[in-house]
Design a protein around this ligand. Structure first.
Ligand SMILES: [Zn+2]
Length: 193
């Protein structure tokens, strides 16, 4: 799954968010105000998703903040691969796991998203896939998943890049809220009766 096609050429410092080339994998962040040490990161870059998730849970539980940051850096480095696999994987439990363990929280790099959306991972002519003016590809099911990603930058891109899908999405969300309100109201009335 760690496909070379979607490897990023950089890492992002988890402390100061500076983008660094891969020569820093064994060093410290060059930002004099930061100096975060990347020692141990190189090993993590090639670990698979299952391993990284287990290690992250363990580091969270142990409140090992430095370890969490190192592991999160490795997850972000591989995020385009995870997204690619999420789109192409037919095994429901694997792709939903990839989404909830990694993509929803760690997909915050527009470059990684663009890399996958402009690749052959999504094929025009298959299902309801469309291409935006800038050549990024998307289909409706994927759009709904990706709109759940926490990063506002990612959702802003999806909103402006695929305006028709956004309208449809917005309408569905609005209807869902209205339905919930009606149900709540009916329940209130039922209680009064
Ligand atoms: Zn830094």
């Amino acid at each position: 799954m760690n496909d070379k096609q979607f490897k990023l050429e950089y890492i992002k410092c988890p402390s100061c968010k500076n983008i660094l080339d891969l020569s820093f994998v064994n060093k410290s962040c060059p930002n004099p105000l930061c100096g975060f040490s990347f020692e141990g990161l190189e090993d993590y870059l090639d670990k698979d998703d299952g391993w990284l998730h287990k290690a992250l849970v363990k580091a969270y539980k142990g409140k090992n903040e430095c370890e969490v940051k190192l592991l999160a850096t490795a997850v972000r480095y591989n995020i385009a691969n995870y997204l690619d696999h999420f789109v192409s994987c037919n095994w429901g439990s694997h792709y939903t796991t990839l989404f909830k363990d990694f993509i929803i929280l760690y997909l915050d790099d527009l470059n990684a998203l663009k890399l996958v959306l402009s690749s052959d991972t999504i094929k025009i002519g298959k299902g309801d896939a469309i291409a935006s003016k800038n050549g990024y590809k998307m289909f409706w099911e994927l759009y709904k998943w990706l709109m759940r990603v926490h990063s506002p930058q990612i959702r802003d891109f999806l909103r402006t890049e695929f305006p028709d899908y956004y309208k449809k999405y917005y309408k569905e969300q609005h209807e869902k809220i209205m339905r919930q309100k009606i149900t709540a109201k009916n329940e209130d009335q039922a209680r009064l009766i």
